[in-house]
Design a protein around this ligand. Structure first.
Ligand SMILES: *[C@@H]1O[C@H](CO)[C@@H](O)[C@H](O)[C@H]1NC(C)=O
Length: 142
């Protein structure tokens, strides 16, 4: 009985100690300010397209909020910031040659229908390149 209580107290102390070690440090708290949670406040339905050539490929963003969030994430990861361009200029950089096979991806395309109701459709593509090409050529923001 006495032996059992001793073990119980010891494990309680160990749990407490590990708990203290895992408490978020000041450094971890600071890093929160650098994360980009903007995306979660962006409406994917609101359409005001922003065009940007990203790493040599034209990307269409559904609106400035999503574009800004993506830019923030890139800058925090040490990548070059995004720079918006005209649709005409951007479309010169739609993916041209895509493989015909690959890991299938699902494209999700949100929009507001003619009755003003948030809607979406999804289409499967053989790979990400073909999805990007489709969105780029058909002016579909994501
Ligand atoms: C991208 O993010 C950087 C850093 O926050 C900012 O200085 C720059 O103005 C942003 N660029 C655009 C086009 O929003």
């Amino acid at each position: 009985m006495g032996m059992g209580m001793g073990h119980y107290r010891l494990s309680f102390l160990i749990v407490l100690f590990v708990g203290l070690l895992q408490h978020p440090s000041a450094a971890q708290t600071r890093s929160c300010a650098r994360t980009c949670n903007l995306y979660f406040r962006c409406s994917p339905y609101y359409k005001e397209l922003v065009w940007a050539v990203v790493d040599g490929v034209c990307r269409v963003y559904q609106n400035g909020c999503i574009f800004g969030s993506e830019n923030c994430t890139r800058v925090n990861q040490g990548q070059s910031p995004l720079s918006a361009t005209s649709p005409e200029k951007c479309k010169e950089f739609c993916p041209r040659r895509c493989p015909s096979v690959g890991p299938e991806v699902c494209g999700w395309f949100p929009y507001i229908n003619s009755n003003g109701v948030n809607s979406d459709r999804s289409l499967a593509f053989p790979n990400r390149c073909l999805l990007e090409q489709y969105a780029c050529r058909n002016n579909i923001g994501r």
